[in-house]
Every structure is written in C-alpha cells, then in structure tokens.
Design a protein around this ligand. Structure first.
Ligand SMILES: C[S@@+](CC[C@H](N)C(=O)[O-])C[C@H]1O[C@@H](n2cnc3c(N)ncnc32)[C@H](O)[C@@H]1O
Length: 276
C-alpha cells in the first residue's frame, strides 16, 4: 500500500495532527512523517508519553466496562481519535451486543478511518464535528438516529477537553451536553494536568503550540476538572489519577508513581431530578 493511500483529500501532509500523533504514540499505523516527528519531540520533553497514552486507553476500557455493568447501552465518544486496539464499540459489544456507539472527532483522518472500519455496521457511526458546538454534535442525524436521549447515554470525553481554552468556558459547554442527558446518563472525562511536573508539562504544551498544528493544550487542576462534573454524582473513587481509578491489574498501573496521576479522570452519573 502506498504510504499515503489512507489520507483523505484536502489534508495538508506538512501539518501534524493531534489525532495522528496520538496514534503514533499508541503504536498505530495512521500517522505521517510530520506526526512521527512531533511524537518524537514530545517524547524528548515527556519521556513517559507512550506510557501515559497507554494508561489512558486502559482507563477507557475499565470505565466503559463499568458502565455496561451499570446498564448503560448507549455511548457518545467525543474526540474519539483514530480507531486503534480496544475501541469503545469493541469493548462494549463484547459485553452486550445491543450497545450503540457514535464516535465524534474533528479530525478528518480519525473520522474517515472510523467510517471505514464501521462500514456495514448500522449500530455504530462516526461524525466529523467539534466538541465546542454541542447543539451541532447533538443534532447530527447519526446521533439522533442511533442514540435515544430519553434513555441513559454515556458521553465519553477522553483527552479532549484540554483542547478547549479557558476563555471558551468548558464547564458551560459541557453543561449543554449534561442537560440533554436523562437521569442515569454519565460523563466520563480524562484530562491532562500540570498539578505535578509543572515544568515538564509546560514544555509539552509549548511543543504542541509551537508546531504547525497550533493546538492549545490547556491544563486544568483537580478542582477545575471536578467542576466539569457539576450536576453529576461522582462514582467512587471520584476525580483521581487515571491509573488509580478502579485499577484491575491488567496493565492499568505504572511502576512510576508520578505517571499514575498525570491525567485526572472521573466518571459521573446524572441523578434523578429531586434526588439530591
Ligand atoms: C489525544 S486524542 C484522544 C483520543 C481518545 N479519546 C482517547 O482518549 O484515546 C484527542 C482527540 O481529540 C480530537 N479533538 C481535538 N480537539 C477537538 C475538538 N475541538 N472537537 C472534537 N475533537 C477534537 C483530536 O482530533 C484527537 O483525535
């Protein structure tokens, strides 16, 4: 296969993308030279970057498995990324084949590749849209057609809210998703932080900002990530380091304690009206 056969028309192959760089760090095949260079730069300033993305995927697996055990059958995965081993639809369907999943990403490669692997699957869809436009996301035909918001829906936002700048009001934006959920719906969030290793994390954000991708990586504190769950009851153990959220021993914890709390995560359940 030509190295670039899978690249959709209109992509500038000289500009790195967050989705493809993340794919490179995870060991995937949908990245370009420019993304690999960016990944290598990241590894120079943050040598544990590969472990961090792996720990994030392990948290994703544990969180969605937990939700299926709680009876959730509908998932809206925003900032879903390029499909890789352990996609949400594969994990949840293995537990209950009736689960429905809609993937949303702003990156054309992530969406094109998701659509390719989902071809012929009428209970899973992929949409190109921006998390910062909740009404647009929630109004897409694929979302309205596959997800019934009168029943519990889990909105997954892993390593994506930190691309929403402080002046864009992430809590207010996320509240618009929350307000569409029925009681028993969930938020699952993972979010990079500079509460630890301030200097290193600043260099990582600068690396991204100074690249031609120009993406802003906006760190939030434990308190700020907790605020994103306003209106939800946090599932135990609350907002915690990603590796410390219900670890199950399947590669979910790092030997280096600092790595285990480099990303804050939480799972929140929307309570019934009047139950608080
Ligand atoms: C670091 S990856 C995380 C992928 C996946 N959620 C995971 O945790 O494994 C971040 C993803 O968010 C997407 N993204 C960034 N900003 C976005 C936005 N404003 N709206 C939708 N997706 C966005 C990127 O394209 C990328 O695929």
């Amino acid at each position: 296969m030509n190295d670039l056969d899978w690249v959709p028309d209109g992509i500038d192959t000289n500009i790195p993308s967050v989705a493809r760089t993340y794919d490179y760090l995870l060991g995937g095949a949908h990245n370009l030279a420019v993304d690999r260079a960016m990944g290598e730069q990241m590894l120079k300033v943050l040598p544990s970057a590969r472990d961090l993305v792996r720990l994030n995927r392990a948290f994703l697996r544990r969180a969605v498995s937990f939700l299926v055990q709680q009876g959730v059958r509908q998932f809206l995965d925003i900032g879903s990324g390029i499909p890789t081993v352990g996609n949400v639809h594969e994990i949840v369907r293995a537990l209950d084949p009736s689960c429905r999943v809609v993937y949303v990403d702003k990156d054309p490669v992530a969406v094109a590749h998701s659509r390719m692997i989902l071809a012929g699957d009428d209970t899973t869809a992929a949409v190109q849209a921006d998390i910062r436009q909740p009404e647009d996301v929630l109004g897409r035909p694929e979302v309205r057609g596959l997800l019934d918001f009168d029943q519990p829906v889990a909105v997954l936002m892993l390593l994506v809210v930190h691309f929403i700048r402080h002046d864009e009001d992430a809590p207010g934006m996320l509240a618009r998703y929350r307000d569409r959920l029925s009681p028993g719906g969930y938020f699952v969030i993972s979010h990079a932080t500079a509460d630890h290793r301030v200097h290193t994390m600043r260099k990582a954000a600068d690396t991204l900002q100074e690249s031609r991708s120009k993406d802003n990586l906006v760190y939030r504190s434990h308190e700020e990530v907790s605020e994103l769950f306003t209106g939800f009851d946090l599932v135990e153990p609350g907002v915690t380091g990603f590796a410390l959220w219900r670890p199950d021993g399947m590669g979910s914890i790092s030997d280096r304690p600092d790595d285990n709390t480099q990303v804050w995560v939480g799972v929140g359940r929307k309570p019934a009206v009047g139950s608080r």
